[in-house]
Design a protein. Structure first.
Length: 107
């Protein structure tokens, strides 16, 4: 069951194109998160049988290997963004003197 408008749209998109992988970056309680949605295929017959028994058979047909559901993965980005910013600052700090030498031909 979709928890919000993004997940609803993602599920609708997966019905049209099961290979698509909708994602978004959003804020949860002040922290940035990446949400990624992907279709999950029916892998064993027992799952197909159980899920099929709960669906309107006229509108839905499940088979092994067909999309049966979706998986939503949410990853906090705070630490990754902080590390990325730190790495960028370090790289700029190292490259700035070298670029100054190259640009002004001080060597």
């Amino acid at each position: 069951m979709a928890r919000d408008a993004f997940e609803t749209k993602a599920l609708e998109q997966l019905l049209v194109d099961p290979k698509s992988e909708p994602y978004r970056v959003h804020v949860v309680q002040g922290e940035p998160y990446l949400s990624h949605v992907r279709a999950e295929d029916a892998m064993i017959q027992m799952c197909v049988d159980c899920h099929s028994s709960q669906l309107d058979k006229v509108q839905h047909h499940l088979a092994l290997g067909s999309p049966m559901g979706a998986l939503v993965v949410e990853v906090p980005l705070g630490k990754a963004l902080a590390a990325s910013r730190s790495d960028t600052s370090n790289a700029v700090g190292l490259l700035a003197p070298i670029m100054t030498i190259v640009i002004f031909g001080l060597l």
